[in-house]
Design a protein around this ligand. Sequence first.
Ligand code: HQG
Length: 183
Amino acid sequence: MNDKQLTHISKFLSLALRHKPETIDIQLDQNGWADVEDLLEKANNYGIMFDKEILHHIVATNTKKRFAFNDTLDKIRASQGHSINVELGYSNQKPPAILYHGTGEKSVQSILATGLSKQNRQHVHLSSDIQTAIAVGQRHGKPFVFTVLAGQMYEDKFEFYIADNGVWLTDNVPSKYLKQNDV
Ligand code: HQG
């Protein structure tokens, strides 16, 4: 299987495990886990052909480590990025003093006016390195990176979580904690 085919399956997994499990008639439990056998069977019925070996390969090699198995390897979930309501079970954790958020230049004024909000997802997504933020911003056109005063927010009792793949999550970022960066 070539890289293009693997990316296609990975995107399909993001759809099924983060946004629309009903597309292939699978169910996620309250913590976002899907049964691996069920996922494989329903995906194949839907015409997306891959087996357990390929699934393990994708989970292991995915650049952003988007997916994770449970300890017994019979369940799989997305580590973050959901639009559907799941309880990922990450505990509140002290973030680094500074985190970054990449966005499109067209959203900057609105973000300055109302702060960062989670839009369709379950959290606002932040990264500890600026390169990741630039790459995330590029998905939205000309990229723009905000510095987020995460340490100060934490002192002010905002909660932060770190997903299994290292992405930092929080509920919202009021604009007073944002600084602008030109990239
Ligand atoms: C923006 C990808 C106007 C926000 C990435 C972002 C990430 C506002 C967009 C993960 C706003 C939402 C998430 C406000 C926030 N006014 N715009 N008040 N507040 N926004 O895709 O952070 O590849 O839901 O800046 O790598 O871009 O899918 O969030 O531009 O980790 O694994 O609203 O998705 O990971 O866009 O990306 P998104 P995101 P994957």
